[in-house]
Design a protein around this ligand. Structure first.
Ligand code: AP5
Ligand code: MG
Ligand code: ZN
Length: 223
């Protein structure tokens, strides 16, 4: 395990952000911070905040920027993220969020923004077969289920279909990606931080490409 990294993962719904972010976090020994997982956990706990976020999520809409930014700022201020770094999954998703993150981290505060590039037909197939751990959010697929009886390999949690993986919500989510999130590729390209990785292929193969991309970006920056 190499230690420390400050990274974020971009990509369409179903591109494999969660799948790769878990591996990246393990490799660099940093926390995996998924805004979607944070909101789903809060919804499952039934907190007023979680229930409000869940209304946006089940419709496939974005949770308002100020709410998301507050959650991320709080999480990034914890010791593990301050000392070791982080891999952000699903944040930022709008220009306002990206700009706020730059302000929060300051110049040189990110090593790379990894875009996992996957065609829309492929993400639709992936999402329709996706199942996730209700406890920790680890993604599985009907074609690669957990080892035993739809319980999570990591923590034994129940593995279920996500509420926002309906055809209507998925269509809405993909539209919002094009409108609000795709422009961030240019934003990070402009900062010299964008690493684009072909996300089609076996998850381990994709992970090798992701690591290559991150390491190349880090070398360029230390030069
Ligand atoms: P979030 O939970 O982030 O969902 P998302 O962006 O829609 O992305 P997904 O989790 O659907 O896809 P993924 O890229 O992680 O793919 P995965 O690895 O699971 O956000 C949910 C909602 O929360 C949003 O809609 C919004 O309402 C709210 N929200 C969150 N963040 C927000 C923000 N910043 N601002 C505002 N609102 C926010 O993979 C998908 C499937 O494919 C899995 O089944 C997996 O096993 C499989 N798979 C993965 N890789 C491969 C591969 N290489 N080959 C074959 N299958 C693969
Ligand atoms: Mg995800
Ligand atoms: Zn789990």
């Amino acid at each position: 395990m190499s230690s420390g990294a400050r990274l974020l993962v971009l990509g369409k719904q179903g591109a494999g952000k969660g799948t790769q972010a878990v591996r990246i976090a393990g490799h660099y020994g940093v926390p995996h911070i998924s805004t979607g997982d944070i909101f789903r956990a809060a919804a499952a706990d039934g907190t007023p905040f979680g229930l409000r976020a869940n209304e946006f999520m089940t419709r496939g809409e974005l949770v308002p920027d100020d709410v998301v930014i507050g959650v991320v700022a709080e999480r990034l201020a914890k010791d593990d993220a301050v000392n070791d770094g982080f891999v952000l999954d699903g944040f930022p998703r709008t220009k306002v969020q990206a700009e706020e993150l730059q302000r929060l981290l300051g110049p040189g505060g990110l090593d790379a923004a990894v875009d996992i590039d996957v065609p829309t037909e492929v993400v639709i197939e992936r999402i329709s077969g996706r199942r996730v751990c209700a406890t920790c959010g680890t993604p599985y697929h009907v074609s690669s289920p957990p080892e035993s009886n739809w319980t999570c390999d990591k923590d034994g949690g129940e593995v279920v279909q996500r509420e926002d993986d309906t055809p209507e919500a998925v269509t809405k989510r993909l539209e919002l990606y094009e409108e609000a999130t795709r422009p961030l590729l240019d934003f990070y390209e402009g900062l010299g931080l964008l690493v684009t990785v072909d996300g089609v292929g076996d998850p381990d193969e994709v992970f090798d490409r992701v690591l290559d991309g991150i390491e190349t970006a880090r070398q360029v920056q230390t030069r």
